[in-house]
Design a protein around this ligand. Structure first.
Ligand code: ACM
Length: 640
């Protein structure tokens, strides 16, 4: 944030302490480029007039603002094209302002009124999002709230994004999420100025989009057996178990979602994940596989299907790949991509390419013949052959071809756009080759990972804490920034069964990624951000959106001392928390020992219990860590 301190006598300086978590009065996420705080407040009058143009693109901008200013307040809001005395003016610049670009805005709040100016409706939409964040948290309420001073501080903001690609990926394949769920997710993401929703539409566990002329994809491919527990370890369904869990979007549903995002200035990136992750397609049309046994395959229901124990070499237990040596596969993909291209207006289509096990290709005579015919030396080159053919299909529909960074292996297709997920290396390599790149590395941007210690979080095999997500920098050193379109965070849903948990996994890390992608790099400050996050937790409480409070829980490390004692070291992501602990199985509170130095685990202890406090009040969750798990941590065996 570039704070400009106005020299006018009515202005004052807001001092932010960067050494500890701040307690900001103005808490906007993502942090705007420039904020000038002035003295005084604007108070909503009993009758609010919004002055705004009547262009169709303004419909949602106005309706969102009207709803927020009226529903929680009970205030009467009317809309006028021209008003002598408007309360809120939404103005589209006649002459474009080069500083703020297509998505930026100027917001001015004075004691008398509010003005938002932008070059385009998207900028006004984002200005409105910022404005709402200036009002008390109760503005988020779905019902009228009494006895609130509906005031916003006088302020002048100039704001615009750092990157044009600010994405979230929602995996609707591992578990199906309805059209209404997706729309709810969109409503939440646009509040934080995301402009791209990547829909992962197909995988081994489900095909989620109607394709005309390929009815089995949704009659067979969209359905599996409902299982409960830890996904990836489920028992293999019995032949008579009903396959009625799942669902898909009809083409009318897709058109509706596309219209919904258009009104909110969001693009949808559709992903059809091939040639791996394709069991739902193969269960529907077994002839797409190189493996004769495929006629006995079913859509996965969360049972184990991959042997991950051979490093980068994946061994599929069932052949979940499309056959690169079968012309029917390319005819199939042409049909699918034609319809996807027609349904989604965005200029990019994502064709997956990740985690393609090659062990069944290695056994296939058809693949061997293809290698000979095309002079392909290894399985990476076979995948590269496949990707290049798919790129041609995508481009023949007037779209840009995008894939996960595995598409670099064996030779990158001519104009392919790379989404870098196995760290940043693939993105760096592609950018150096002059290709467009979107960064979405596991290290900073995987929302399916746990946000805190496995002792308290629903189990996933890795951890990504909020602080780490906030360190995401999409443009690596020595890379030409012009090739980095931006970044995105990915919510894979193997372990996400419902919307409440999707929200829990998304927030607050998506606050961090939003700021990584929107705000100037030099303005980022963890303590300041952490203070704003807490304000947004309070807003989410009012809005009834779920979030993970993991940032308040301790970070737990264990090691063995030279004399073989088990040592525990505790710390916290945010400053200013006290940690109380017990080894005697009772629940600690502030009357128990406070952590001040590394602990030696008593010889016969079975569990460590922990809780954090701030200013004498509990703030973290009660955590129980079995001593066996502390030993695993010390041995480097914990899944973190
Ligand atoms: C991925 O996470 N398999 C792209």
């Amino acid at each position: 944030m570039k704070k400009i301190f106005a020299l006018l006598c009515c202005s004052f300086i807001s001092v932010l302490s960067f050494s500890q978590v701040s307690k900001p009065t103005i808490a906007i996420i993502p942090e705007p480029v420039t904020i000038i705080e002035n003295s005084g407040h604007f108070s909503l009058p009993q009758n609010v007039v919004i002055e705004a143009g009547n262009q169709p693109e303004m419909k949602e901008v106005i309706s969102f603002l009207k709803d927020r200013l009226s529903t929680p307040t009970g205030i009467h809001v009317i809309i006028k094209n021209v008003a002598a005395t408007a309360t809120v003016k939404l103005i589209l610049n006649k002459k474009s302002d080069a500083v703020i670009g297509k998505e930026g805005y100027h917001l001015l709040v004075t004691p008398k009124n509010i003005t938002i100016k932008a070059n385009a409706p998207a900028g006004l939409f984002y200005g409105v999002q910022t404005l709402v964040q200036l009002f008390p948290k109760e503005i988020e309420s779905a019902v009228t709230v009494k006895n609130i001073k509906w005031e916003a501080p006088c302020i002048s903001i100039t704001d615009y994004p750092r990157f044009g690609w600010r994405g979230l990926m929602f995996d609707v394949a591992r578990h199906f999420f309805t059209k209404e769920d997706v729309e709810q997710y969109i409503d939440q993401m646009v509040r934080y100025k995301y402009n791209l929703l990547h829909l992962h539409l197909t995988d081994d566990q489900g095909w989620r989009i109607e394709i005309k002329g390929l009815p089995e994809l949704t009659e067979v491919g969209a359905w599996n057996v409902k299982k409960t527990g830890y996904f990836g370890t489920f028992s293999v369904p019995k032949p008579d178990e009903p396959r009625n869990y799942g669902g898909f979007y009809t083409q009318d549903d897709i058109r509706e979602i596309v219209q919904y995002v258009k009104e909110r200035f969001v693009n949808i990136l559709p992903e059809i994940d091939v040639p791996g992750h394709s069991l739902a397609a193969i269960a529907s049309y077994p002839e797409l596989s190189c493996t004769p046994d495929a006629k006995n395959y079913h859509v996965l229901s969360g049972e184990e299907m991959m042997d991950w124990s051979h490093g980068d070499t994946l061994i599929a237990l069932e052949d979940n790949t499309l056959c690169p040596a079968n012309e029917k596969v390319y005819t199939f993909l042409d049909k699918v991509i034609t319809q996807v291209a027609q349904l989604f207006p965005f200029e990019y289509i994502h064709l997956g390419g990740d985690e393609c096990a090659k062990n069944f290709w290695e056994k296939s005579d058809a693949v061997k013949a293809l290698m000979q015919k095309e002079g392909l030396k290894n399985m990476q080159e076979v995948q590269s052959y496949f990707e290049k053919r798919v790129e041609k299909i995508v481009e023949s529909k007037g779209k840009k071809f995008m894939g996960w960074d595995e598409i670099l292996e064996g030779g990158l297709a001519h104009d392919a756009v790379v989404m870098s997920w196995r760290g940043m290396a693939g993105g760096i390599q592609a950018a150096k080759m002059g290709h467009e790149v979107v960064m979405s590395p596991t290290t900073f941007a995987y929302l399916d990972y746990m946000q805190g210690d496995p002792a308290i979080e629903p189990h996933v095999y890795a951890t990504l804490r909020l602080k780490k997500a906030y360190e995401f920098e999409p443009v690596p050193d020595n890379v030409d920034a012009k090739f980095i379109l931006g970044g995105q965070a990915n919510l894979w849903t193997e372990q996400v069964y419902n919307m409440r948990h999707a929200e829990y996994m998304t927030w607050p890390r998506a606050f961090a990624i939003a700021e990584d992608l929107w705000s100037p790099k030099e303005s980022k400050n963890w303590n300041n951000f952490a203070g704003r996050v807490e304000k947004h937790f309070a807003r989410f409480d009012v809005a009834e959106v779920k979030y993970a409070p993991s940032v308040y829980d301790p970070i737990i490390n264990a090691s063995a001392s030279p004399d073989k004692k088990l040592i525990v070291e505790l710390s916290t992501e945010i400053d200013g928390l006290d940690i109380y602990y017990t080894f005697d199985n009772s629940f600690p509170d502030k009357f128990y020992p406070k952590y001040t130095e590394p602990l030696i685990v008593p010889e016969d202890a079975v569990a460590l219990k922990l809780i954090t406090y701030r200013d004498g009040k509990p703030i973290g969750r009660m955590i129980t860590v079995p001593v066996t798990e502390l030993k695993n941590k010390a041995d480097g065996k914990s899944e973190e």
